[in-house]
Each structure stands twice: as structure tokens, then as C-alpha cells.
Design a protein around this ligand. Structure first.
Ligand SMILES: [Zn+2]
Length: 387
């Protein structure tokens, strides 16, 4: 194609148009940036320089000056809440809730955030009121999940069960393991009122909800044992093996005591030894060791400990072994006693149950972590820790 003269005339025109378009874009950008207060950029600068406190102050200034920066309000409010500055978060969100110029959707979001603030502040009644009001809003699902959390914190188990069912109806996956715990809690409350019928009904519901609820089996066994039916107690406790053998150390001693009450101590001992064979555990070993001491004397207990030490050397088994050695030793054998004392103190100081979710350590076993409120998050076997 030949280049015609008129092409030469059109080309500069295209250039001019492109230049003008770019100018318009730049002008638009400049106008936008002038609308953003300087403290916004200051805040960003502080953030980039890792000075979050000064960044927050700068952003607060922006929020004060420019009431249209709703997203910034939400972001700041959530930040205050996360940092534990609950008063400020509450003030910020309450202010948004009170504003008449926000549309319904914006107000509801502010209300939801305020509910979260109250929850974090531990003002559960106020949080509950807010989340109840939000049950017909676009925040309904989140509000119900928070309500469930509140009922669990308040130990309102009936309401927790009802809310869990409602969440399930809304399409969330069923949390049967948790619901089983709520029924176990109700069973404990019923026992305090000496209502064994309600206790039993709740434990059966727990098992119907969650077949592997070790806790329900353990509590059911206790109910039977208290009613004097050791055979039924043993049957309930033996369920633990098929439900989750990791929990056998929690139930082993009770199981043995029930056999013993029935005049079947030897059978109980054999069962525990078989468990230990199948599911090696230092806690279970310690229980079997104590039963052996009681039933057969120190010699056999020491022999079992020596054997276990060869297979899996651990400070806790060594503690049991040295205890047997010390008990068998001559009164003048100070070395054995000193070694035993030292190891025993170290083991007692460093053995804890621990939450796999938040790291909380305790001497006692809990179904629900006292620190993070997680269910079944504490392993049923003590672990050895340095501190
Ligand atoms: Zn925890």
C-alpha cells in the first residue's frame, strides 16, 4: 500500500487525541487524590514504616474529617478490636449505628461489628441482644454462629443445642461431636439435681448424635457404677476401645476398679495389659504398673517397667521403674532413693495435658479447653515438656 498524502495529515491527529485522553486520565487522578486528605497518605506512610500506632492516629483523623470513608471506619474498628482497644472499637461502631445518613445495609453491618466488640469485651448479654436482632438480616448466619458461641460460653446448653440445630437447617455441616458434648453437660447438670432419668436420656442422645462420643460412654459408665451396676459400667467403658483407643488412659483405672468390686481384679488387670499391648502409652503404663504393684507386688511391676524401658525408653517409665527399685531396696540404699526422688520430681514438674489448639497446659484433663474453649482439643495423654 502506498502512503498517500492525507495519511500524513491524519497521523498527528491520532497522536493529539491520545495525548488529550491521557491528560484527562491524569486530571481525573489528581482530582481524586486531592479529595483524599493528606493524613490518609501520612497513615499509609506510617504503616509502610511499621509504625502502626501513628498510622492509626492518622487514619482516625481521616475518618473524622471525611465521613464518607465507611470502609476505613470498619477497618479501623476491627483493628481496635483486634488490638484489645475495645472501648475505641465500640465508640467507632456505636457512632456508625447512630448515624442517620447510612442505609439499612450499612447500619446492619455496623451493628454486627458492634456485636463482635461486645463479645470480645465479654459483655455477652449485650452481644446476645444484638445478634438476636440480626437473625433476619444478611448477617443471619454469622449472627447465629456467634449466638451459639455465646450460649456455650454462658453454659446455656439447651439453647446451644437449639442453635446448633438451626445452623444445621441453614445448611451448615452438622457439628455432632460438639452437640454430643452439650448433651453430656446437660447430663452432668441432671445428675446434680439427682435426676438420673434425664441424665441417661441425654447421654443416649449424645451417643445417637455422635457414635464415637467417648465422653458419653464414660459418663454412662459412671451412672451405672453409681447405681451399683458394675457389669453395665464395664460394658459402657469398654466401648471406648472401639470409639477412640487414645482415650483408654482416661478410663483404664475406673475400668479396673469396677472389675475389682466385682471380685474380678485379675480379669481387669489382663484387660488393661492387653490394651497396653495394643495401644502403647506412658499414661496407660503407669496405671497398669500401679495395678500390678497392688495386685502382684513390686517385683512383677519392676519387671514390666524394665521391659517397657527397653522397648520405649522414657523418663516417665523410668520414674515407675525407679519407684519399684526404691521400694525393693535396702533402707540404706540412698543412691537409688535419691535417683528416684530426682526423676520423680522432674516427671511431676514436666508432665501435662496440653491443648493442641492453643498450647494450654494442665495437670487435669478437660473435655473443653479452659483457655480457648475448643472441644476435644486436649490430648488424652500427658506429654513431657521442658518447663
Ligand atoms: Zn486451647
Amino acid at each position: 500500500m502506498e502512503l498517500e498524502a492525507w495519511h500524513l495529515l491524519v497521523l498527528p491527529l491520532f497522536f493529539a487525541l491520545g495525548w488529550a485522553a491521557a491528560r484527562v486520565d491524569i486530571r481525573h487522578l489528581l482530582r481524586e487524590s486531592r479529595a483524599v486528605p493528606a493524613s490518609y497518605f501520612q497513615g499509609l506512610n506510617y504503616l509502610l514504616n511499621e509504625q502502626p500506632d501513628r498510622a492509626i492516629e492518622a487514619f482516625v483523623e481521616v475518618a473524622k474529617v471525611n465521613a464518607d470513608t465507611l470502609e476505613l471506619h470498619y477497618a479501623l474498628g476491627a483493628l481496635f478490636r483486634k488490638r484489645g482497644e475495645i472501648d475505641r472499637a465500640i465508640r467507632m461502631h456505636q457512632n456508625l449505628v447512630d448515624r442517620a445518613d447510612l442505609n439499612q445495609e450499612q447500619s446492619l453491618r455496623a451493628l454486627f461489628e458492634l456485636g463482635l466488640d461486645y463479645m470480645k469485651a465479654g459483655l455477652l448479654d449485650r452481644a446476645e441482644d444484638i445478634f438476636k436482632r440480626l437473625q433476619d438480616s444478611p448477617h443471619a448466619l454469622d449472627a447465629r454462629q456467634n449466638l451459639l458461641e455465646i450460649y456455650v460460653l454462658e453454659k446455656e446448653w439447651q439453647q446451644a443445642i437449639a442453635m446448633a440445630e438451626e445452623l444445621e437447617r441453614s445448611g451448615l455441616p452438622a457439628q455432632n461431636a460438639e452437640t454430643a458434648h452439650y448433651h453430656c453437660e446437660l447430663a452432668l447438670n441432671a445428675l446434680l439435681r439427682q435426676d438420673t432419668v434425664a441424665a441417661r436420656a441425654n447421654l443416649n442422645t449424645a451417643l445417637a448424635k455422635h457414635r464415637k462420643s467417648v465422653r458419653a460412654s464414660i459418663q454412662l459408665g459412671e451412672l451405672e457404677a453409681q447405681a451399683g451396676d458394675d457389669a453395665a459400667a464395664i460394658a459402657a467403658w469398654r466401648q471406648v476401645e472401639s470409639q477412640n483407643p487414645a482415650y483408654l488412659p482416661i478410663v483404664a483405672d475406673r475400668l479396673y476398679q469396677a472389675y475389682k468390686r466385682q471380685g474380678q481384679a485379675e480379669q481387669g488387670l489382663q484387660l488393661l495389659k492387653a490394651y497396653l499391648e495394643r495401644y502403647p502409652s506412658a499414661d496407660l503404663f503407669h496405671i497398669v504398673f500401679n495395678v500390678l504393684v497392688e495386685h502382684r507386688g513390686w517385683g512383677e511391676a519392676r519387671a514390666l517397667a524394665a521391659e517397657a524401658l527397653k522397648r520405649t525408653p522414657s523418663l516417665r517409665v523410668l520414674d515407675d521403674y525407679l519407684q519399684a527399685r526404691s521400694a525393693e531396696s535396702e533402707p540404706g540404699d540412698l543412691e537409688t532413693r535419691m535417683a528416684q526422688d530426682l526423676v520423680h520430681r522432674q516427671v511431676s514438674r514436666t508432665s501435662h495435658y496440653q491443648c493442641g489448639r492453643c498450647g494450654f497446659k494442665a495437670r487435669q484433663f478437660f473435655w473443653q479447653c479452659p483457655a480457648c474453649a475448643g472441644w476435644d482439643s486436649i490430648a488424652p495423654e500427658k506429654a513431657q515438656h521442658e518447663q
